[in-house]
Design a protein around this ligand. Structure first.
Ligand code: SF4
Length: 322
């Protein structure tokens, strides 16, 4: 009997998820709050209920995150928007949870929420301070069949639908787009320098709908060109414009150093990233390893505190996810 009720709940949750995906582009915050409240009621785990409750509050109070959802609905193509919502939100945050609970009950610990895979150490750039360069000549790319097995087992046995792909530069590999297509119910979040995303690749990503490039920048033009080479900013922003034109969900990743942290965590920087079409962003703090490490670029304790405060301020004010 319990099993019948549980599978009934799963069925309703799936239907509701599909409905939510269709409604996202046009529904009012009030409708989305009601939908979240329904999800809250039928969610099968405590964690899922909590996530749904937070979403409901967010829509009820018109939090910047609710405005962010509207940006996604407006600026991202229907294919990429629906792909993002159904994989990164519904599958990863809700529908994967019963599998995760089962894993926990059998193994005694929770599986991770996401898995990061470094698929290659090769790269078309040579940035100072990059750890991947230490290994690029000695380390072969991860075998595609092994990657396939890891993703299948992670999804089916651990309920992991959110995959972060990193390198080196993941887009030097041409075989991965087929893998992302095969696992169309998973979300692939890809750290990239971006410049290999030509029109053909952008078009393929747009048609897949479950792939989100996170493009590396070092701040605005001067800081980005200083580390990545003259002209890097123009090439990167051209890629961002291309992805925006294709309606792809994408973002930035920035490494904060002693020299650029004020800029990377400023309103001016986030406004520029939003203007270029970024939906989210990731911050990393410089660690002196890899090619020509420089301890003087590490953040001071005061800068770490400032960075934390700045990011909290951005979260409370901007329709942006960082
Ligand atoms: S930092 Fe990124 S773009 Fe630069 S060399 Fe390393 S992997 Fe390549």
């Amino acid at each position: 009997m319990v099993r019948i009720i549980e599978s009934g709940k799963k069925y309703i949750a799936k239907k509701l998820a599909n409905q939510a995906v269709k409604l996202f582009g046009s529904a009012s915050p009030k409708t989305l709050a009601r939908l979240s409240s329904l999800l809250e009621r039928i969610a099968s785990t405590k964690d899922a209920k909590e996530i749904a409750a937070n979403m409901r509050k967010m829509f009820e109070t018109n939090h910047p995150m609710a405005r962010w959802f509207r940006r996604v609905a407006k600026e991202v193509s229907p294919k990429c928007r629906d792909g993002f919502i159904s994989t990164a939100i519904m599958n990863s945050m809700f529908l994967g949870l019963p599998i995760r609970m089962k894993f926990k009950n059998e193994e005694g610990f929770y599986p991770p929420n996401l898995i990061v895979i470094s698929v290659t150490m090769r790269c078309n750039f040579k940035c100072p301070g990059c750890w991947a360069m230490e290994y690029s000549s000695k380390t072969p790319d991860l075998d595609i069949n092994l990657l396939d097995k890891v993703i299948r087992e992670g999804r089916d046995e651990m309920g992991i639908y959110f995959w972060t792909i990193t390198g080196g530069e993941p887009f030097v590999r041409k075989d991965l787009l087929d893998l992302y297509e095969k696992y169309h119910d998973c979300f692939f979040h890809i750290y990239t320098n971006g410049v290999l995303i030509n029109d053909e690749v952008a078009d393929r990503i747009a048609r897949l709908g479950n792939v989100a490039p996170m493009i590396s920048v070092e701040g605005l033009k001067e800081a980005t060109d200083r580390r990545r080479g003259e002209g890097a900013w123009d090439r990167i922003t051209a890629v961002m414009k291309r992805l925006k034109e294709h309606g792809v969900f994408f973002g930035f990743s920035a490494t904060s150093t002693r020299q650029n942290v004020e800029e990377t965590t400023s309103e001016k920087f986030i406004d520029k990233m939003m203007e270029l079409g970024c939906m989210n962003g990731w911050y990393f703090q410089y660690i002196p390893i890899g090619n020509n490490p420089n301890p003087n670029l590490m953040l001071t304790p005061e800068q770490r505190e400032m960075s934390r405060k700045n990011v909290y301020h951005l979260r409370e004010t901007k329709p942006f996810l960082e």
